[in-house]
Design a protein around this ligand. Structure first.
Ligand SMILES: [Fe+2]
Length: 225
């Protein structure tokens, strides 16, 4: 029995769907990511040993992103046999993927050495407009923290012209979809425990923020604002 839907019957519609399902045209080859190299300067308050350990951990995230994507591709070749396994691997991708990119934002902001944020930049003006002053915003941002491993992000919504402070647990829980990240401050203990005790995290936050290259960060803002 055929059910008419205007000029196209359901039987014809089903045939059309099958014709579009041409798996020979699907490219399943995943991109392979390469760990970026960061030429880090001397950072007051963060030792070379601390930064080297952290860079090595970042490279691990890149490796695991590639590994996950390769594994999913290999299993997909077996049709539906490993659907459950692929689903579980996909569940892990957000953790590894965000771990990779958040660390890139973190280290990129240190390269080139400390540079102040100019008072004429769009970022300075926007932060001042929303928070009543750059220094006032900075004091608020320093306190964006929660128990457990995660990140304190400064996000910006270009549509609403509004900043958000986001606490992201692990690397992926609490991310605000579509919002560009202007600053990513790593609050995982691996980021500071070579140099500081857990109770001294505030000193690490001060050291990282003091070392920022605000020209780099300002450029990030200009690209999305
Ligand atoms: Fe980290």
């Amino acid at each position: 029995m055929e059910f008419s839907t205007g000029n196209m019957s359901c039987a014809n519609y089903a045939t059309t769907v099958v014709q579009y399902d041409n798996t020979s045209k699907v490219n399943l080859t995943p991109m392979e990511y390469t760990a970026k190299q960061f030429n880090l300067p001397e950072v007051k308050g963060l030792s070379k040993a601390q930064l080297q350990l952290h860079l090595g951990l970042y490279e691990g995230y890149v490796k695991h992103v590639n590994h996950l994507m390769s594994q999913m591709q290999s299993l997909a070749k077996h049709g539906d046999e490993y659907t459950y396994s692929i689903t579980e691997l996909r569940r892990r991708l957000g953790f590894e993927w965000n771990g990779m990119h958040l660390h890139e934002l973190y280290f990129e902001a240190l390269t080139g050495g400390r540079k102040d944020l100019g008072a004429t930049t769009g970022l300075y003006k926007a932060l001042t407009s929303q928070y009543g002053g750059f220094t006032h915003w900075l004091e608020i941002y320093k306190k964006v923290s929660a128990r457990g491993p995660g990140w304190a992000l400064l996000n910006y919504d270009p549509e609403a012209k509004h900043f958000f402070h986001t606490w992201v647990a692990d690397h992926e829980v609490g991310q605000l979809a579509t919002l560009p990240c202007i600053i990513a401050l790593d609050h995982w203990e691996h980021a500071f425990m070579v140099d500081y005790k857990p109770a001294e995290k505030g000193e690490y936050v001060e050291a990282y923020l003091h070392a920022l290259n605000w020209e780099t960060i300002s450029d990030r803002f200009d690209k999305v604002a």
